[in-house]
Design a protein around this ligand. Structure first.
Ligand code: GUN
Length: 297
């Protein structure tokens, strides 16, 4: 039986981070410009703490100016908005990321919309979503950017391919669909109300799963030879009853990976796939923002 080629997120992310580091060095040498990233963490969500630490470490390793603001979970919305405004005005900062989810009581939307769209390296501000929808230069959410980098590295030109995106979130589904459209794919966005989802997915040359439902996409949903990008990061109990009883969990994607390997042409693993690209794309977005703000081509 043929076996899909694995799209290795670790290798691709390392390459992208190395390219970013080179560009940061060139910006410093040629323009005296050091891209600066500010990450804001509110509260003590353990997963968010891990992500934020990684963002800080990788931005420093790439030679950027990097600051992390840690605020208590009971911070007032006014105080958080004040910090965002202060970062908007700070010339050393070109990218601002407020780690989500925020603790209850804080209005995520109000906070995101307060970020200067030119510094919104998460690409979540409505101005960036609108620019993306109109095909104008924008800051694009990091995970969709990572998906596109992997697809281009794997397939080259995407023009004319049938792409199906499962999921319509603001963070992934909608922007990835826009990017696929810009790359001249024929795009279908499927979701929880889609009828005969399996048949829709079977039409896809490119299948992007971003629903957050563990191992939902089965082998017989995949067209033989298709490229499968699994954005899901789902924590599930082990099937082994001993490990499950110890409360141990493992990460799985939205795709039933083992069975999908026998059908797909290329596939991203979980862990080790798209997830690793997100931080690298954040660094890339910070460089893009810094160059635009400084007027450097
Ligand atoms: N939490 C999980 N993913 C993300 C992301 O891409 N951006 C932000 N700000 N928070 C997240």
């Amino acid at each position: 039986m043929s076996q899909a080629q694995i799209i290795d997120g670790k290798v691709t992310a390392e390459r992208l981070r190395a390219e970013v580091a080179k560009e940061v060095a060139a910006l410093k040498a040629q323009h005296g410009l050091q891209p600066g990233l500010a990450v804001v963490l509110v509260g003590e969500d353990p997963a968010s703490q891990v992500y934020v630490r990684s963002k800080g470490e990788h931005s420093k390793a790439a030679g950027m100016h990097s600051v992390t603001h840690r605020l208590p979970a009971d911070v007032s919305e006014d105080e958080l908005l004040g910090l965002v405004r202060q970062l908007n005005a700070d010339p050393a900062i070109h990218g601002i990321l407020v780690q989500l989810p925020l603790p209850k009581g804080l209005d995520e939307k109000a906070i995101i919309e307060t970020i200067d769209p030119n510094k919104d390296v998460d690409g979540l501000h409505v101005v960036n979503a609108g620019r993306l929808a109109q095909g104008l230069p924008s800051l694009v959410p990091c995970t969709p950017l990572g998906c596109m980098t992997m697809l281009r590295e794997t397939l080259g030109d995407l023009s004319g391919k049938r792409a199906v995106v499962i999921g319509r979130s603001v963070l992934v589904g909608k922007p990835v669909a826009q990017l696929l459209l810009q790359a001249d794919c024929t795009v279908t966005v499927a979701h929880s109300r889609t009828q005969d989802l399996a048949a829709v997915c079977r039409e896809a040359d490119i299948l992007v799963a971003a629903v957050g439902r563990p191992q939902m996409v089965k082998a017989d949903w995949i067209k033989p030879g298709a490229t499968v990008i699994d954005v899901g990061i789902n924590r599930v109990p082990f099937r082994d009853p001993v490990k499950a009883a110890e409360g141990k969990t493992k990460l799985v994607g939205d795709v039933a990976y083992k069975e999908a390997l026998a059908v797909a042409g290329h596939i991203t693993p979980v862990p080790g796939g798209v997830g690793l690209m997100t931080v690298a794309c954040l660094l890339q977005n910070t460089v893009t923002a810094a160059k635009r703000i400084a007027g450097v081509a």
